[in-house]
Design a protein around this ligand. Structure first.
Ligand code: SF4
Ligand code: SF4
Length: 333
C-alpha cells in the first residue's frame, strides 16, 4: 500500500484546487521545526549544532499554527531536534489534528513513555520514529547503545494503544543492500509498522560524520538492488511509486523544494529543510524572493548528491497527478 486512502484523496483534491487556481508553486508538506534541541547527538545530524541560546528556544504554539495556516499545506511533519522535548508539543499536535492536517511527529522514541498519555490516536496523526537499522546499526547511527531496543519497545506500546506508526530510516554509504533489506523486512513484517519512509543521507556541512553520505550513483545502485525481486511491492512505504522509481534510478526529476518548505525558529528556511541560504518572514516571501531555478542537482554544487524526499517527492507527486495511469498505480500502492 502507498499512503492511506483518506490522505491520498485529501492531498489529491488539494492538488486539484491548486491547479484550478493556476498556482504554480504551493506547499504540500510543511517541515516544522519548533526547536533544535535533542536528547541524542547522532553523527549524521545537521540540526543540533546551533548555539546554546538557540538550542534553548521553543517555538510558541500560536506561531507554529500561524505558519501552518499561512502556507496551507495539508500535511505537517514536526521535526527538530526532538519534538517531544517541546513542553507544549501535545497542544500543537491536537490543534493541527483539529484542523484536519495530517501530522507526522518525528521522534527518536526515547521520550515516548513519558509523553504518550498526552496524545490520542487519530487517522490524522502518526508517530514517525527514527530507525536506521537493526540493533547494532541503529545504535551506531545514533551514537548510543540501547536506543534501538528502547525505540522498538516504545513503538510496540504505542501500537497497543492504537496509534499509527511510521518509521523514517536514513541510509549511508556504510549500508549494503542486505542491511537495508533486513531492516525494511523487520519493520514491515515483524514490527508491523503502518508505513516506512526512506532517506538517502544528505551531506550536511555541519554534520560531524562527513565521510559516509551517499552519492547519486551509489543511491541508485543501492535501491535498485534493495527493491529487486519483487521486494518493493510487499513493503508499505509512505512514498509515491514515482519517488521510489526515482530512488532506484528508473526516472529522474528536478527539485521542487518549494512544495516541502521548512519553518523553524529562524523563519522560512531558504531553499529547503537541508540547506540554509537565509530565511524569509513569510511563506509568500519565500516563494517570491527565492531564485528556485538556481537550486537542484546540476545547478548548485551543494545539491549534487541530494535525492532527498523534500526536494523530489513533490516532483514525483506532481508527475503522478499528471497521469491517470500513475494515479491508479499510486492508489494501488
Ligand atoms: S535524533 Fe534526529 S535530531 Fe536528534 S541528533 Fe539524531 S538525527 Fe539529530
Ligand atoms: S536538491 Fe533541492 S532539496 Fe536537495 S539540497 Fe538542493 S534545494 Fe534542497
Amino acid at each position: 500500500m502507498g499512503i492511506p486512502m483518506r490522505q491520498a484523496i485529501r492531498v489529491g483534491s488539494y492538488l486539484v484546487r491548486q491547479k484550478l487556481a493556476r498556482r504554480e508553486k504551493f506547499a504540500l508538506t510543511l517541515e516544522l521545526e519548533p526547536l533544535f534541541a535533542c536528547n541524542l547527538a547522532c553523527a549524521g545530524c545537521g540540526k543540533i549544532q546551533h548555539p546554546a541560546g538557540v538550542l534553548k528556544q521553543r517555538m510558541p504554539v500560536d506561531r507554529a499554527l500561524a505558519a501552518v495556516e499561512e502556507c496551507g499545506a495539508p500535511v505537517v511533519s514536526i521535526a527538530g531536534g526532538e519534538p517531544l522535548m517541546h513542553p507544549e508539543i501535545e497542544v500543537l499536535v491536537a490543534e493541527l489534528v483539529r484542523r484536519k492536517k495530517f501530522v507526522y511527529l518525528c521522534t527518536n522514541a526515547l521520550l515516548m513513555p513519558r509523553k504518550i498519555d498526552k496524545f490520542r490516536p487519530s487517522s490524522y496523526f502518526s508517530w514517525a520514529v527514527h530507525i536506521d537499522g537493526l540493533q547494532e546499526r541503529h545504535d551506531a547511527s545514533v551514537c548510543k547503545e540501547g536506543v534501538f531496543a528502547q525505540a522498538v519497545d516504545n513503538v510496540k506500546d504505542a501500537q497497543r494503544r492504537g496509534f499509527r506508526i511510521t518509521t523514517n530510516s536514513t541510509f549511508f554509504s556504510t549500508d549494503t543492500p542486505a542491511s537495508v533489506i533486513e531492516v525494511l523486512d523487520y519493520l514491515n513484517d515483524e514490527l508491523d509498522v503502518d508505513q516506512m519512509m526512506l532517506s538517502p543521507a544528505y551531506a550536511y556541512d555541519k554534520a560531524p560524520d562527513q565521510e559516509h553520505f551517499l552519492g547519486v550513483t551509489e543511491t541508485r545502485e543501492l535501491f535498485a538492488k534493495v527493491f529487486a525481486d519483487g521486494r518493493r511491492k510487499k513493503w508499505r512505504f509512505n512514498h509515491s511509486p514515482k519517488f521510489l522509481d526515482f530512488l532506484e534510478g528508473k526516472v529522474d526529476f528536478g527539485c521542487t523544494a518549494w512544495a516541502i518548505p521548512s519553518y523553524s525558529l529562524y523563519g522560512w528556511q531558504r531553499p529547503c529543510y537541508l540547506m540554509g541560504d537565509g530565511y524569509a518572514e513569510t511563506y509568500r516571501e519565500l516563494l517570491e524572493d527565492t531564485d528556485w531555478e538556481s537550486y537542484g542537482r546540476g545547478r548548485d554544487p551543494r545539491c549534487a548528491n541530494c535525492m532527498a524526499h523534500c526536494g523530489y517527492e513533490p516532483t514525483a507527486v506532481l508527475a503522478t497527478m499528471g497521469s491517470l495511469r500513475e494515479s491508479i498505480r499510486a492508489l494501488n500502492g
